[in-house]
Ligand binder design. Structure first.
Ligand code: F6R
Length: 362
């Protein structure tokens, strides 16, 4: 049932090329330069939209953070990711010009459902982005968009994160084209990048042994710091969450520029820094921040695509460049790294202590 893999998590990491093909299937319209999503909004709604609020928890929140950046850029609309457990609909905003998007793979997360109800109660139009047909979120939101990742059994979310970001990237292109803020040519180029994802992720999976070797080198570290900028930042946060969740080791994600504003005090030769240094992450500035940690003895592990010169890194993992989708490919290295760090320590990877797959209490 685990298809020859030791854990569901590893199986699901390896299912990502298939999951991504499913997320994209029938939705990439290169002729018109748009995403074909089966979504109907009231006439004029998207054109007059002023704000998109994405609400989510945990890994889904990091996918939402990635997507908020995409929406701001391609759909030219104010977009923010908000933790569902902290969400309050700001009464000063015009509910008719707001769209609230609940991002939840299970569709059953209590915090997310409760935030969704706050938005609906204020008269805001809502959209569910989920993996689960017939889930509570699909019954309560005005519309649903499915990420089509297939069942995910490991408690740690892996393929659903990739499918969420990809589906939300399609949504940003759809909204950008509907609003007229994105040209067909720019949409075609972004769509081509998304279509490159399954192959690029496969290239990373083919390097799993080299990630295992790096994990063997660093498994005794006292803590792991993950850094990135722009789209690399939510990926850094996601990398650190995965590691702490399944390996029970201390891990933190930082916006790379914030290292010098405090966290640098934690850096020693026992704290590897993992950095996303690809297109879509302002790699040159991030590399400066990594160098600050390296000067203080910290081993530097980077995920690179040749955009900047990275000879000083202790370990580098390569990904192909796919525009703003590149950090999503980089994330697969972080998933594998967390997996092997946990596996080398014999952790119960598919069922980490104290955690449940679906969190149905607030
Ligand atoms: C982390 C993880 C959790 C979930 C969070 C939200 O690996 O799985 O952080 O992402 O509980 O779950 P959903 O997406 O079902 O709302």
């Amino acid at each position: 049932e685990k298809g020859g893999y030791d854990h569901y998590m590893l199986k699901e990491i390896h299912e990502q090329p298939t999951a991504l093909r499913q997320a994209l299937s029938g939705r990439v319209n290169l002729d018109d330069g748009t995403a074909d999503l089966d979504l109907e909004f009231p006439p004029g709604f998207l054109e007059s939209l002023e704000e998109i609020q994405l609400i989510a928890c945990g890994t889904s929140y990091y996918a939402a953070q990635y997507a908020a950046g995409l929406l701001e850029r391609v759909a030219d609309v104010r977009a923010s990711a908000q933790l569902a457990s902290e969400y309050t609909f700001n009464g000063g905003r015009d509910p008719w010009r707001t769209l609230t998007v609940a991002v939840t793979q299970s569709g059953e997360t209590a915090d997310t459902l409760s935030a969704l109800r706050r938005a609906s109660g204020a008269g805001v139009r809502t959209l569910a982005v989920t993996n689960t047909l017939g889930s509570t979120v699909t019954r309560e939101a005005d519309d649903s968009l499915f990420i089509r990742a297939g069942p995910e059994i490991g408690v740690a979310a892996t393929k659903t994160f990739a499918s969420q970001v990809t589906t939300l990237a399609l949504l940003s292109l759809f909204i950008g084209r509907e609003r007229g803020t994105l040209s067909a040519a720019d949409a075609r180029s972004a769509l081509a990048d998304l279509r490159g994802l399954p192959g690029a992720v496969q290239q990373v999976l083919d390097e799993a042994d080299t990630v295992r070797e790096a994990a063997e080198t660093y498994v005794d570290a006292s803590a792991y710091f993950f850094v990135g900028r722009t789209y690399g930042y939510p990926v850094a946060l996601e990398g650190s969450l995965k590691l702490k969740e399944i390996a029970y080791d201390h891990a933190e994600g930082f916006a790379a520029g914030e290292l010098k504003h405090g966290p640098l005090a934690l850096v020693t030769d026992e704290t590897p820094v993992l950095a996303v240094l690809t297109e879509g992450t302002r790699p040159a500035e991030t590399l400066n921040n990594v160098a600050e940690a390296q000067t203080r003895g910290s081993p530097a592990i980077g995920i690179v695509d040749g955009t900047v010169e990275t000879n000083a890194l202790d370990v580098s993992f390569e990904v192909p460049s796919l525009g703003t989708a590149t950090p999503l490919v980089a994330n697969v290295y972080l998933q594998l790294f967390a997996y092997y760090i946990a596996d080398l320590q014999g952790r119960p990877i598919d069922k980490p202590r104290n955690l449940a797959k679906s969190v149905t209490v607030e």
